[in-house]
Design a protein around this ligand. Structure first.
Ligand SMILES: Cc1c2[nH]c(c1CCC(=O)O)Cc1[nH]c(c(CCC(=O)O)c1C)Cc1[nH]c(c(CCC(=O)O)c1C)Cc1[nH]c(c(C)c1CCC(=O)O)C2
Length: 371
């Protein structure tokens, strides 16, 4: 299905992801459509979270809110959805409980559970089950009218496995660790199954209008370097390789891809060799050190501590100055972002100050390039 969308007016992020020159580093923020915005609560009203994801009208409205508010600063929209729509498509029930987070009433506790065989055996119709996401993407592209590119996304297999076996957020990772350290072979079967669904899901998001893709491995940092190499990295690589192959086969644009493996600072070298154009960094990375490791092979994305937005304007300025310097002053392959999602309770004006300071601090590099 080919769409007739308005041509793109701001391709900064796509150019930066591909290592091409830009007039200033592109900026966006993970979870930019969310609870820190009063207009989010207003538009969401009494609707359940997943109801918002399933309504293309509401999802597209929420996606556009930060684009309107930070017009001229934000260089990408990310479709309003959640990584947990994949476990739902695989037949698992997930609820979003207010002030608690996601809850699975029946988590996958062991490979002996009938549910494990059911989940592995289910022939998931990724087109049909997640049709509402594609519809939301297409509608959002229409509403964006080419202002900025639209990012599609999915959860990484390891992070999704964690949620499926833990049944929600956790500090202990008791069940996830039981799976990898006691049921290693069974874990890999599940990770492979999730990976195949991710590939199809990402390709269908591009077909619907997504212009860039991000894979969120939010719980990568719970693994040891060795366990990450065994239980996460191969599946992240499977996703980039096969998504690109499938996009080519289907005559779709091979869009830039980002991998964000939170906490996996030790794996930066390997992530630079994983067929992703962009590698997301959390705030535990020193930007200059990350640049030395990346050696211009990929575009780095990040990495301000989201907590800085609870601080004073002066603290934000100081952090931005250091971050800009660390990432090469704005002349190198860099997409500005936080090191994780923006959190509730942040004053939206503080984020504006953050953007303004990045623009101010990178202006000289732009002037230098033009001269
Ligand atoms: C781990 C994860 C989830 N979801 C996601 C991740 C990966 C990124 C990360 O590590 O933060 C990804 C996600 N979730 C959401 C988006 C939308 C797009 C955007 O970034 O603006 C994206 C990209 C909306 C959301 N997803 C959720 C909300 C809040 C829902 C609400 O209460 O209104 C939003 C706006 C709920 C959610 N969804 C999830 C959790 C743990 C929670 C509850 C806790 C929390 O909010 O941080 C799972």
């Amino acid at each position: 299905m080919a769409h007739d969308f308005t041509p793109l007016q701001n391709d900064r992020i796509l150019r930066a992801a591909r290592g091409q020159t830009v007039d200033r580093p592109p900026m966006w923020v993970m979870r930019q459509a969310g609870r820190y915005l009063p207009e989010y609560h207003e538009a969401k009203g009494q609707h359940d979270f997943f109801e918002c994801c399933r309504s293309p009208e509401i999802a597209s409205t929420l996606t556009l809110q930060p684009i309107d508010r930070y017009d001229g600063f934000i260089d990408a929209a990310i479709i309003f959805s959640d990584i947990l729509v994949i476990p739902q498509a695989m037949g698992m029930e997930v609820q979003m409980v207010d002030k608690v987070g996601p809850q699975f009433p029946n988590p996958l506790r062991s490979p002996q559970d009938q549910q494990y065989a059911d989940v592995l055996g289910k022939d998931v119709d990724v087109k049909e089950e997640l049709d509402y996401v594609y519809k939301a993407i297409t509608l959002t592209r229409q509403k964006l009218k080419g202002r900025v590119p639209l990012i599609g996304f999915c959860g990484a297999p390891w992070t999704l496995l964690c949620y499926m076996v833990e049944g929600g957020g956790t500090k202990m990772f008791r069940w996830a660790k039981t799976w990898v350290y006691e049921y290693g072979a069974e874990s890999k079967k599940l990770l492979q199954k999730i990976s195949e669904i991710c590939v199809e899901y990402l390709v269908l998001q591009v077909e619907a209008g997504a212009q860039m893709l991000q894979v969120f491995d939010s719980w990568a940092g719970e693994l040891t370097p060795t366990a990450f190499e065994e239980f996460s990295l191969p599946f992240l690589r499977y996703i980039s390789k096969h998504t690109k192959e499938r996009l080519k086969e289907r005559g779709l644009e091979v869009v830039p891809m980002t991998v964000f493996a939170k906490g996996a600072w030790y794996a930066l070298e390997q992530l630079c060799e994983s067929e992703y154009e962009t590698v997301g960094l959390d705030w535990l990375h020193d930007p200059a050190e990350a640049m030395r490791i990346a050696k211009g092979r990929v575009t780095l994305q990040g990495n301000a501590d989201p907590g800085i937005l609870y601080g004073s304007d002066e603290s934000v300025t100081k952090l931005v100055e250091g971050m800009v310097k660390g990432f090469g002053g704005g002349k190198e392959r860099w997409i500005v972002n936080l090191g994780h999602g923006i959190t509730p309770g942040v004053d939206p004006e503080k984020l504006k100050h953050f953007f303004e300071e990045v623009v101010r601090c990178t202006r000289s590099s732009v002037a230098k390039r033009a001269s």
